[in-house]
Design a protein around this ligand. Structure first.
Ligand SMILES: [Zn+2]
Length: 167
């Protein structure tokens, strides 16, 4: 196994839409292991393949940190999002940046497991948040894009609260 180097913004690979995975052979299996090891080494709870310079639709997640089991999620598709929640997030590609981000509270996800077998699952709370963050990476969406969105929401809210003025 090997520790992969984590790409930091503004590395252009972070702005590429990742490609579907069709091969689940030995090299891909080794890559899954390397991603898990890299995530753990960096004390992360999630990692997307573009973050290690590989533009493929693969993410690993370990919401319980180093102690928990790491899940490999390939070719994920968000089928449904229920409710929203704001919480603070960080990103291994933006060291030191933390921001409040809006995410679905509960999601229904279709994906392939590490063997390529189709799966469907429901995730909630922190696990759902981690997967949504990593899924964004596969679509070249970064935390800073979401921050701007949140700020727009805040402005919209404060505008609504402002007293109405005649004329
Ligand atoms: Zn990230």
């Amino acid at each position: 196994m090997a520790i992969l180097s984590i790409r930091v913004y503004p590395d252009p690979v972070l702005r590429e839409r990742a490609a579907e995975v069709t091969d689940f052979g030995v090299e891909t299996q080794m890559f899954f292991e390397n991603m898990i090891e890299t995530m753990r080494e960096a004390d992360g709870v999630g990692l997307a393949a573009p973050q290690v310079g590989v533009s493929k639709r693969i993410l690993v997640a370990s919401p319980a940190g180093k102690k928990g089991t790491a899940l490999v999620i390939v070719n994920p598709v968000l089928r449904e999002g229920i409710g929203t929640e704001i919480a603070q997030e960080g990103c291994l590609s933006f060291p030191g940046l933390y921001a409040d981000i809006v995410r679905f509270k509960k999601i229904r996800l279709e994906f392939q497991d590490r063997a390529g077998k189709p799966r469907e699952t429901e995730l909630r709370d922190f696990f759902a948040r981690v997967v949504q963050h990593e899924l964004d990476h596969l679509n070249a969406v970064l935390m800073i894009d979401r921050i701007e969105f949140n700020k727009r929401q805040e402005w919209a809210e404060s505008f609504k609260k402002a007293p109405s003025r005649p004329g």
